[in-house]
Design a binder for this molecule. Structure first.
Ligand SMILES: Nc1nc2c(ncn2[C@@H]2O[C@H](COP(=O)(O)OP(=O)(O)OP(=O)(O)O)[C@@H](O)[C@H]2O)c(=O)[nH]1
Length: 334
């Protein structure tokens, strides 16, 4: 909403400049009053008095427009501004009730202003060429201001859409893709019939971290784990958080040995960089399960296989990687 006030103020400043050039002082006064109203609206907006801000802006602008039309007649293009005001009201973030009320007010003032007889500016002789020039200028001004508002609206919509899309696909805590997004990644590779491997990682004894130091510390550790894992990946590898302290890595077009290399790098990085929080240093390890797409008949089976291997790694003492039904890589060799 603040941007509406800024764009409107800028429009009035440009308009006032044109009026100065055309030497119509009475109109300049109206324009200056509108600029002041927009500035007051900005101050109120900053104090979070949104309704008051819009009311001040609308009331003053409607009054100035009515006076303008009353002076120079309805053929000088001032009526175009009613449409602009209506747009400003409709796109503002105020309640529907307020919008409806203000829209009715704008429509009523517009009707009255156009239907009342024009009295001309007492100290300015009415000139058809001045009316024509004002009409063109007003049309251009409304065009520019409306264009500015629509352009900003488009930018804001794009930004919101980007945020919504990111929030829908990313984990709020660790900022890595969420369960849905990483499963979708695996699903896509499966449907493209590409060979890929999955590595499921689960932090060991994570409950103890929460129970001993609290959930805030637990959250910090999860963020650290995501940071370390992300740093150990290659550009083409994909990481996601699939559960509380569980992460999934998808390695497109990769062999199990390549995945093993990355798993070893993750373990080494975690050993070298434990989670350090002020006076605390918390070493955390991962149990991991690996599965390759050529071992199963569906992506669901693939995830289930990686999960079974992960739990075998847990049962075998944690801090290990289960690569297949026969191969377990322990901490010494991982
Ligand atoms: N701080 C924090 N904790 C979480 C979050 N999500 C899940 N948890 C915790 O993660 C812990 C998981 O505990 P368990 O499933 O028992 O696993 P574990 O203690 O790591 O034991 P093992 O997996 O067997 O090694 C629970 O205490 C959950 O409350 C989260 O977003 N933040």
């Amino acid at each position: 909403m603040a941007q509406i006030f800024w764009i409107a103020s800028l429009g009035h400043v440009v308009f006032a400049g044109i009026l100065v050039a055309m030497q119509i002082p009475a109109m300049i006064v109206l324009s200056v009053v509108c600029i002041l109203a927009n500035l007051v609206a900005l101050v109120l907006h900053r104090r979070l008095q949104l309704k008051q801000a819009m009311t001040v802006k609308m009331a003053v602008t409607l009054l100035m427009l009515s006076i303008g039309i009353w002076w120079v007649g309805p053929d000088a293009g001032f009526e175009y501004y009613f449409f602009l005001l209506l747009c400003e009201i409709l796109i503002s973030d105020l309640s529907v009730r307020y919008k409806v009320g203000m829209s009715v007010a704008i429509g009523s003032v517009a009707l009255m202003a156009i239907m009342l007889p024009s009295y001309g500016i007492p100290w300015v002789t009415r000139d058809a060429s001045v009316s024509r020039a004002l009409q063109v200028i007003n049309l251009m001004m409304v065009f520019l201001v409306l264009g500015g508002i629509m352009w900003r609206l488009h930018a804001i919509t794009e930004r919101c859409e980007h945020h919504f899309r990111r929030d829908a696909t990313h984990d709020y805590l660790t900022k890595v893709p969420n369960r849905r997004a990483i499963f979708h990644e695996a699903d896509m590779l499966w449907h493209q019939q590409r060979h890929f491997t999955l590595l499921l990682l689960d932090a060991d004894h994570f409950k103890q971290v929460n129970d001993t130091y609290g959930h805030t510390v637990g959250d910090e550790v999860l963020r650290h784990l995501a940071y370390i894992v992300r740093g150990a990946l290659r550009e083409e590898d994909r990481l996601g958080r699939v559960g509380g302290e569980e992460f999934l890595i998808v390695f497109p077009d990769s062999t199990r040995d390549e995945a093993l290399t990355v798993a070893s790098r993750i373990r080494r990085c975690l050993e070298e960089q434990p989670c350090c929080l002020e006076t605390l240093t918390l070493p955390v390890t991962f149990s991991m399960g690996l599965a390759a797409s050529d071992e199963v008949a569906s992506v669901q089976e693939l995830i289930a296989l990686a999960d079974r291997r992960l739990y075998r790694a847990k049962s075998a003492g944690r801090d290990q990687l289960v690569m297949s039904d026969l191969e377990i890589v322990g901490p010494a060799t991982l």
